[in-house]
Each structure stands twice: as C-alpha cells, then as structure tokens.
Design a protein around this ligand. Structure first.
Ligand code: CO
Length: 467
C-alpha cells in the first residue's frame, strides 16, 4: 500500500522568524540557504506576509516586494506561501476593495503561490474579496479558521465555517491555532469532523507555546490532516512551530510519506544554527520564548496576552490585582461576543479587563479600539454582544452590520494623485504606492532612506571592453 502523503510547510522565514526574533531576519541572512531549502522536499515555504512586510520597511530597510521577487528567483520548485490578514491585508485596519485587489495582484506578479487568508473574528465576509482575487490571480487560496475555545466555538460551528469556506471556493482549509492551545484530542476531533464534511485538503497550523504542539500535529495527521506547519529545529518550539526534523522523523517512522529529505534538513539546520546564536547574543532572541508555558492551559488565554497583562499591571504597580483581572477577562470576552483571543482582540480584551478592575467600575473607561469593535468596524462578533454595553458605549449610534469595507471609498487612484503631489518621485511605482497605503509613515521613511542610500553610491562610468 502506498504511504499516505503528509505535506510539510517550513515556517522559518515567516512565522518562526516573527514569533522568536520579532521578524528581524533580513534577506541577506537567509539568501545563501534558499537553494538548499528548495531541494528539501517541502510542500511549501512560508516566507512572506504576516509581520514581514511591516518589518522589512520599518526595521530592515528592505523593499518587501523585492524580497519576494528575490526569493522566487532562487526557489524555483517549492511553492511560496504567505499569510494575509483578510481585508486588513498585512496591516491592522480594513482597506477598501480596490486596494485589496491591487495588492493581491502584485503579490501574484512577484511570484507567490499560496495565500493563507484569515479574519481575526472568523467573519468570512472579510476574506471573500481576498479569496476571489487570489484565485483570479492564479494563486491557491487557503481559507482559514482561527481556532479558539469558547462556549460558542463548538465542533458543529467550526464544521459549518469549514463548509462555508468550501462553498466560497477556497483550495484548501487551514485551521489556525495562533495561541498553541489546541490539544491533541481537540485536533483529532476537529480534523476528523471537518474531513467528514468537506472534500478540501486540511492544513493545521499551531505553535509549541504550551508544549502541546507536536502531539497535536501528530493526532491531526492521524485524523487525516494533509499538511502541517513546522520550523527547522533551531528556530522551533516555544512560541514558534514544532520542529521540522522531529515531525518528519516521527511521521516517516509511522509510515507516512513527507517527501522531506532528512539529510538536507540537517544541512539547513546547520546553516541556521550560527544565526540563532547571533540573535541569542544580541538579545533579540530571548531564550524564554523558546521555553514551554503552560499557564494558557489553566487560564485559557494565550501566553502573549498573559505576559502583556502582567507587564501592564506591573507598570501600574498593581500586580497584586492579577487574579481579579484574570477573573474579569472571560467576562469581558463574553460581553464582546467571544472574539478569538488573537491580535488585535487579545490586546483589546486584556486592556479592557485590566481597566475595569483598576478603575473599580466596569466599562467606565472604554478604549477607542473596543468602541470601534462595538461599532462593527472589525466585523461581526462570533456570538451575541452584550446589548447593555453597546447602549452604554454607543448611545443612539447604530453599529455597522454590513461588511465594513463596503463603507470605505476606493483609495488607490486618489492616493496615487495625493502622493504624486506630496512625495513626488519618492514613490516610484504602484508597489511603492501599495506599501505607502499599507504603512504611510513607515513607508515614507523607508523611501527617504532609500533615496539617501542610492545617492551615496558613487556612480562610475564603466568603460566597456569587448573581447
Ligand atoms: Co502562527
């Protein structure tokens, strides 16, 4: 009997890089290993999107579009993959449809193959346009379900969401456990239920944060999961993904075919080891993020959110109120209709819970983000939002119930005009324009730095010798 194929997606260039070293890996550091990575037998390499775009412009003085094109130049056989935050693209607010479509078209032109598309609230209206354009641009659209635990996030509801994504026309279905809280049993049951209902390939994305990761991936594969995300071992574990080599070793021994060459993954890991050591030395890689944190399993909130809460309370000299805040957190989440505790929702819920406790009166102070959420600017809450809270915060103002992007005017042409007037030749083409629309201040700073760098380069006249 032919062994069942299990695809491996290597995340070192995107999620591992983002989760462990705040997305600070510059192109030049990984360029020399790309050709080798292309030969490893990975199904795909996650290498773009998420926070990489922002980080390229903000910290690395790199053009993100060039980065993608340059990866594609070397990686000729392995599929390139990215993470897209639905209508938020790679930023933190909703963009109008014309911007979303143009952004995705340029992504395809630069050589992308697979676009994993999610919405933090699982409001699928916020990914429709992305899915449509991804397919129109000839790429693979991976429809994503954000995984969380709440009374309304039942197996039945997840299966329903999966079915809706299938009907939307996605090419695969990704279950995304950003917090690493999905247990092996939950993974098994969920993948099995989805596999029984939809015909699409299923992908599981998790993090090792709580120590469950490798077990969760294994049980998911046993339930029929087709693709798993892993990171090369020296950039694995903790807040990153489970290690590629250990998963490949285990799966191959159990009779699965991963297609990954274990002698090549060894070489890839050997290449990244001194890079990891450099980041440890510089302090950018804090060894603590590579350790296992099980608090999330007790409090049912992600590790990042817990450390933010601790830091916030410490700063206000109120660490002794932590227990109260941890009791308030699930109540706030319930009031907000059980949003998945992922960025930006985890921060919003945590800050509101701490504020409620410290002020001594619930919702006396409400952040502008929570106000926007209640107005419907992030999309539809998964469950019922507390009606008294909406009334208290919005008064007579009616929340938006349509897809929020429908309220946004097209911005591509108007921004092109405005930018021409304000920045002149600094913005050289539509890729620059898209970078600018995504991150105006950061992009402008980058464009200026680019000009300066280029003007410093002395331009020699080369005498051509033809012989
Ligand atoms: Co992730």
């Amino acid at each position: 009997m032919k062994a069942k194929k299990v695809n491996i997606t290597e995340t070192v260039l995107r999620d591992a890089n983002q989760s462990l070293i705040a997305t600070r890996l510059p192109f030049e550091k990984f360029e020399p290993i790309l050709a080798k990575m292309d030969k490893a037998g990975y199904y795909s390499m996650e290498c773009w999107g998420g926070a990489t775009f922002d980080s390229c412009l903000r910290y690395l003085s790199e053009d993100p579009w060039d980065r993608l094109r340059n990866i594609r130049k070397t990686v000729k056989n392995t599929k390139l993959q990215m993470l897209l935050r639905g209508q938020n693209l790679l930023g933190y607010k909703h963009y109008p449809d014309d911007v979303v479509r143009e952004f995705i078209k340029h992504t395809a032109d630069c050589g992308m193959d697979i676009v994993r598309i999610f919405d933090a609230l699982n409001d699928l209206r916020n990914i429709e346009v992305c899915v449509d354009q991804t397919k129109k641009s000839g790429m693979h659209a991976s429809g994503t379900i954000c995984y969380t635990v709440s009374p309304i996030h039942t197996l039945e509801n997840y299966v329903k969401t999966a079915k809706t994504l299938e009907n939307m026309g996605v090419d695969s279905l990704c279950i995304k456990d950003m917090a690493g809280i999905m247990s092996p049993k939950e993974a098994y049951d969920l993948v099995k239920a989805i596999k029984e209902t939809v015909k699409l390939p299923v992908v599981l994305h998790t993090h090792s944060t709580t120590g469950l990761g490798p077990m969760t991936l294994l049980k998911a594969v046993e339930a029929g999961c087709d693709t798993i995300d892993t990171a090369i071992s020296c950039f694995s574990n903790g807040t990153s993904q489970p290690p590629t080599e250990s998963m490949v070793y285990t799966l191959e021994q159990m009779g699965y075919d991963t297609g990954v060459d274990q002698s090549i993954t060894k070489e890839i890991n050997d290449y990244f080891k001194p890079i990891q050591a450099d980041y440890l030395k510089s302090g950018l890689l804090d060894p603590i993020v590579m350790t296992t944190k099980t608090e999330a399993l007790v409090y049912q909130i992600p590790g990042g959110m817990l450390s933010n809460l601790v830091a916030q309370l410490k700063a206000q000299k109120a660490l002794d109120r932590l227990e109260e805040v941890l009791l308030e957190t699930p109540r706030v989440r319930e009031d907000l209709g059980y949003p998945p505790l992922v960025t930006p929702m985890s921060q919003m819920v945590g800050v509101q819970a701490a504020t409620n406790v410290l002020v001594g009166e619930r919702y006396k102070n409400v952040s502008k983000e929570v106000k926007a959420y209640l107005r419907g600017e992030y999309g539809q809450a998964p469950g019922e939002v507390n009606a008294d809270l909406v009334k208290k915060v919005l008064g007579d103002e009616k929340p938006v119930t349509c897809r929020f992007a429908d309220t946004l005017a097209p911005a591509l042409d108007s921004t092109r005009e405005a930018v021409k007037k304000e920045l002149g030749d600094l913005v050289r083409n539509d890729e620059d324009l898209l970078s600018y629309i995504a991150f105006p201040q950061v992009a402008e700073k980058y464009f200026n730095a680019r000009e300066e760098k280029e003007s410093r380069c002395v331009k020699y006249t080369v005498t051509r010798v033809d012989d």
